[in-house]
Design a protein around this ligand. Structure first.
Ligand code: BTN
Length: 327
């Protein structure tokens, strides 16, 4: 974000309408210069309200991420968290960026946040819609030393951590869909994407990407190809992205510190209690096959258990699960 964009947002942050002319006057630049900067912010996904002859206004929920605010919230929680926090204004993907930073270096505990992602990564090569200052886009870098096998179920455990945080914030009815989607009211609220680097049999680094819809602008939402929701429309209280970030960091750092020694089995019951598709007909699609059955839950490693029509139970460690039998 440019200096001028930051100054414009600071003025707009009081929630009132401001005309291009008055913004220009206050910042000693032309109305056209103001208009150009607003256009750029809108292109990043910021949804401004504008009224002819009156000016521009930010959405009610608008709040920029602020490092000091987040770190203060973390300190207030008295948790034993030492995190190196970086807030980017706009990046292609926080996972891609965090991964590049972690390559060949030890930065375990680094947290990367962005106001906007221009190429946010979802699972299975999908794009994660990431408009400016609306939602949460976060990547946590965490080192493990027992190889990738000890990390089975990590993404499901992270889902449990995200759910715990949302419950603490007063959200009800948060469910988890295998392997790592966060749902509420049958609609997707967020997702987790973990990428691994390093030695699959020894020291490796997980880039734990979390995307949560907080206040999705309607224009950006048009790009989402599935039923979605956001925290703002589901929460009884206003959601601050800074508070949400701090609470997530505290909960997830606590979980990550223990994960290697306790494994997914320590979170299995909690995961299954929140399972969106438990005991429902489901279809798993993998690169090799598409199989339908009844979703039984997960095993101690986080693999999906599906009861097949012939009575057998099949385990899946990867794939896409959807509700209902295959057509
Ligand atoms: C999914 O498809 O459900 C996973 C979505 C993960 C999105 C997050 S946003 C922060 C991090 N950076 C990315 O590029 N992706 C993840």
């Amino acid at each position: 974000m440019s200096d001028l964009q930051g100054k414009i947002l600071k003025i707009l942050q009081n929630g009132g309408f401001h005309s291009g002319e008055s913004l220009g006057r206050q910042l000693s630049v032309s109305r056209t210069a103001i208009w150009k900067q607003l256009q750029t912010l809108e292109a990043l996904g910021l949804e401004l309200e504008s009224e002819k002859g009156v000016g521009y206004r930010l959405p009610d929920s608008f709040e920029l991420l602020n490092k000091a605010t987040i770190l203060n919230h973390i300190a207030d929680s008295h948790a034993d968290v030492s995190c190196k926090l970086e807030i980017l204004q706009s990046i292609d993907s926080t996972n891609r960026y965090a991964r590049e930073r972690a390559e060949g270096k030890t930065i375990s505990g680094a947290v990367v946040l962005a106001e906007n992602q221009t190429a946010g990564r979802g699972r299975r090569g999908k794009t994660w819609v990431s408009p400016f200052a609306a939602n949460l886009y976060m990547s946590i870098v965490w080192d493990f030393d027992q190889g990738a096998e000890a990390l089975q179920g990590l993404s499901l455990a992270v889902g449990v951590g995200v759910r715990r945080t949302l419950v603490e914030l007063g959200l009800q009815g948060i469910q988890l869909k295998w392997p790592n989607d966060i749902y509420i009211g049958g609609k997707k609220l967020g997702g987790i994407l973990i990428e691994m680097i390093g030695d699959p049999n020894g020291h490796c680094t997980a880039i734990i990407g979390i995307g949560l819809n907080v206040a999705m602008p309607s224009l950006a939402a048009q790009e989402i190809d599935q039923a979605w929701t956001d925290l703002q429309s589901q929460s009884p209280l206003p959601i601050s992205r800074n508070t949400l970030t701090a609470k997530l960091v505290v909960t997830l750092f606590d979980l990550l510190k223990d994960f290697q020694s306790v494994g997914f089995q320590a979170y299995r019951d909690e995961w299954e209690a929140a399972d969106l598709l438990s005991n429902l007909p489901g279809t798993v699609s993998t690169v090799k096959e598409t199989i339908s059955g009844i979703v039984l839950g997960v095993d101690d490693s986080g693999a999906l258990r599906l009861a097949l029509p012939n009575g057998a139970v099949q385990q899946f460690i990867g794939g896409e699960l959807s509700l209902g039998p295959s057509l």
